[in-house]
Every structure is written in C-alpha cells, then in structure tokens.
Write a protein of this length. Structure first.
Length: 80
C-alpha cells in the first residue's frame, strides 16, 4: 500500500541506485521524489520539505540508502 509520496520516494530511491548513487542528500532525494510524482502520478498533492533555519537539505546525507539491490513495490508490480 502507501500513498503518492511514499511510492514517489521509493521509486526515486530505486532510480538513484540504478544511477550508481551510493550517498546522496535529502535535497537530492526530494528533487527526485518530485520528479517521480510528476512522471508517474501527475498528482495535485503538494510534497514539501522543511528544514531548520541556517540548514540546507543538500547539506544532510539521506541515511536510509539500500545496501543491496532495491526495487520499489511499484517497480515489482511492473515486473510481474
């Protein structure tokens, strides 16, 4: 299950991995998530990102990068 944001983010993580990205920022994942939302869902949902004053999303590494080959749940559906 999951919503538009969740699936967009998981698709983005899968794409970043296929592109060879092993370390990336919260900002990079956010931008890729928006891209996936537009490509796959074209939703009217607003996906927003907020951070503390004086801190930029491209300054924080995303901590949950898969160590093994990853395919998102929606990607698995398209394979079957």
């Amino acid at each position: 299950r999951g919503g538009i944001f969740t699936h967009s983010m998981l698709l983005a993580i899968g794409e970043l991995q296929r592109e060879g990205e092993e370390v990336y920022s919260v900002g990079k994942l956010y931008n890729k998530t928006l891209k996936k939302d537009n490509e796959v869902f074209n939703s009217e949902q607003s996906i927003c990102l907020q951070c503390s004053p004086g801190f930029m999303p491209n300054q924080m590494a995303w901590p949950l990068v898969p160590k093994e080959a990853y395919t998102s749940p929606m990607g698995l559906r398209s394979l079957s």
